[in-house]
Write a protein that binds this ligand. Structure first.
Ligand code: ARG
Length: 278
């Protein structure tokens, strides 16, 4: 049985694109329509609330990217690792996230010094095996993966991201509840593509085309049989439906201006390792 975890979200009352830390962000052109962003966020929240309790974090002025709660940290059971952001612009979010995890009585495991780690944006649990997939290349340090494995007590498979448009692992990689994987292979180094293929057989991999990848279709929220995403081509919809998933489109183009979409706007607060061969 898949548990329906509560989901942390942060309303976009202070959301804007006022700096650029990834290729999607263009403060000159990508002006956010705040009301539209609020409406899109609310629609996503309402959709997810059908399956999961939503926990809201108070947004803080001056931290426009705080809406992307996937980057708050990573949780497993009662353990939480709070993010240390690579970019100056987001570093000030960490104390608010830390305070949140403390208020929920998580056991906080401080990162080793000088290790960057951007939370569930760069670290996703496999749903079919007791393993964590961890991205590196743009934000999170590869050298922190060993510490994560020891702290969480599971296998950590490091994946190298090579395309700057897919700078967080969750922009191009989404483990699904049946143990399969939705992903965009070209975002990964050849070696990382092999690491994936060695662990997930071809019949369990749903590889998206570039057009879907650029529409952030891998940045999906998967709750049991539901897959919630910004957009899906007919081919992708069919591939997911064929696997028994119900595809739920929730337009989030205001957030694409900041390089984020559905999954980035959420953090599951109850995570557990899948059982071996589960
Ligand atoms: N503008 C944000 C950044 O570049 C977007 C974060 C998206 N979050 C994610 N989990 N992919 O940091």
């Amino acid at each position: 049985m898949i548990r329906t975890s509560p989901i942390l979200m942060c309303p976009p009352r202070h959301f804007e694109v006022s700096y650029s830390i990834n290729p999607w962000m263009d403060p000159g052109h990508g002006v956010v329509d705040r009301d539209r962003a609020l409406a899109q966020w609310q629609a996503l929240r309402d959709l997810l609330a059908q399956w999961s309790p939503i926990v809201e974090l108070e947004p803080v002025p001056g931290f426009p990217d705080m809406v992307f709660t996937a980057n708050a940290g990573l949780v497993l059971g009662r353990k939480a690792v709070v993010s240390r952001f690579y970019h100056e612009e987001r570093k000030g979010e960490s104390p608010y996230f830390q305070h949140f995890f403390e208020s929920r009585h998580f056991e906080i495991h401080p990162l080793p010094d000088a290790i960057y780690f951007e939370g569930a944006g760069d670290a996703l649990f496999d749903r079919g095996a007791p393993r964590l997939w961890a991205g590196s290349g743009w934000r999170t340090d590869r050298s922190g993966h060993g510490w994560l494995a020891r702290t969480l007590g599971c296998e950590v498979v490091g994946l190298e991201l090579v395309d700057p448009r897919f700078y967080h692992l969750d922009t191009c990689f989404c483990p699904l509840s049946d143990g399969s994987l939705l992903y965009y292979p070209a975002a990964f180094s050849e070696n990382s593509q092999s690491l994936i293929a060695e662990r997930i057989p071809a019949t369990r991999r749903v590889a998206v085309e570039t057009q879907d990848a650029l529409a952030f279709s891998c940045n999906a929220v998967n709750i049991d049989r539901a897959v919630v995403l910004h957009a899906a081509s007919p081919a992708l919809r069919e591939a997911l439906e064929h696997r028994g998933f119900s595809v739920q489109v929730s337009p989030l183009d205001e957030f694409l201006k900041a390089g984020g979409s559905a999954k980035c706007l959420t953090l599951k607060l109850e995570e557990e390792l899948a059982s071996p061969g589960g």
